[in-house]
Design a protein around this ligand. Sequence first.
Ligand code: AMP
Length: 537
Amino acid sequence: MNTRIQFSDFSLSKEVAKAIEDMGFEEPSPIQALAIPLIQAGRDVTAQAQTGTGKTAAFGIPLIEKIDPAKRAVQAIVLCPTRELAIQIAEEFTGLLAHIPRITVLPVYGGQPIDRQLRALHQGVHIVIGTPGRVMDHLERRTLVLNDVATVVLDEADQMLDMGFRDDIEFIVKKVPQDRQTLLFSATMPQPIIDFSKRFQNRPEFVRVQYTELTVPQIEQSYIEVKDREKLDVLCRVIDLWDPRLAIIFCNTKRRAEELAGKIKARGYRAEELHGDMKQSQRDRVMGGFRKGLIDILIATDVAARGIDVEAVDMVINFDVPQDVEYYVHRIGRTGRAGKSGRAVTFVAPRDFTKLREIQHYAKVKIPRIPVPSQGDVARTRTLAMLDKIRKTISEGGLETYTRIIEQEAEGDLTSVEIAAALLKLQMEQGTAESPEIRDAITFPDTGAEPGMVRFFLGVGREHKVQPKDIVGAIAGETGIPGKAIGAIRILDSYSFVEIPQEHAAEVYEIMKERTIRNQPTKIEPAQGQGRRSSPQ
Ligand code: AMP
């Protein structure tokens, strides 16, 4: 039974409830569950919460509900330390306001031309999200008036004080009418924050998420640093590399779980999603398939995964860093059950590092970083796994008939080592042919290459400081084909050509489309034929 707080417990307007639904949030994060009811009740709140905990929506949801769109005046102001954060908060608010377009939000920060901000302010905005310096500028120019502000939020207050914004913040807060609601969010609560709270808040409620006894089971944990847009490719490699029998992949929202399930099913994996909105019968069907091994990969949200009890899960992948330390512990606890060994890999995008540190701190674990597995690693591991199978087959015996055939062949012009190597190659290539990236083998018309080769155009050249070793390194490293198999390379000012053996061409094309060489997108395309000197332009 789910006794946790739901968004429906907050009596939200239907527009905001719909926006939350669209954003794929299944249930309030712990800090939201604590802070939203207090803020809705009109209390001043001091919340200890870090980035990634859902703190923006914790103040955003009740703040938005208080705005009167018909009143053309700034009614809420959020102060934060950096322009990046101002933009992020504005984006989150825009999401929450998707069904109330009449409420307008304006981020104001230094570095952006002030004219644009002036025009927008002049037209009337309801919520200003700004860095203290730039907000001061506007106050001094009288282009921003705070007489109608009912809510002030200080986000990442500790950082703003560290950056020397104390006087500016005090100046700004004093411009807001006394009967305002003042919300203070801070990752840490040093004395200056407490002093600040005493001076500017009215009987504040203090909230923080308590972590009690978070012990992480003995599971091999690691993280991979990966940008959001590369997560899908890296995920496929991780699965191919470790080849789990049963894996659970966690996403932070049901929308992400659904999207990911669609994408990885399209790549040929046996995966299904599981999220809180599904009917019990659908969930039972998916779980049944997973238990019976008809589905190898379950893509789940935290809510949906509660209560899953499957013993043989050998891998958990956090496609998103969980919002809460407790979730991390629960997620990875899904593997390594009943004394079996388990592995947990977490994908960490650049903005998730604070969260990762927090997880390590509270869960008292050290999570080591591992590199993105290369296509070469995948190929090597698969070959090793095949050799293991071969050893097992030999030890099981029953090879007499086959041994005789090979002995006969080996009397001719083939050695038994050659035969074994050829068999292994065939076997491994068969595996690769199943790999979704290259299943739809592409045939290349005349690209002007040597016989047996395909010539590719690359949109990188001398002006990008590209040398042959960069091209060989990138292609060999990313695709796992041996460097010496790569043929002629010609580097011109703004582009280059490289020849790839026909049997690897489709694979190289598919993989390198998504990769970079010397930080430049490869822009790889099959070259046009007729003479090896023509350029594709
Ligand atoms: P924040 O701590 O505000 O930086 O939020 C981190 C991320 O979590 C943002 O991408 C939010 O959109 C997302 N988020 C906020 N609340 C929830 C929720 N209840 N469920 C899932 N994701 C959320």
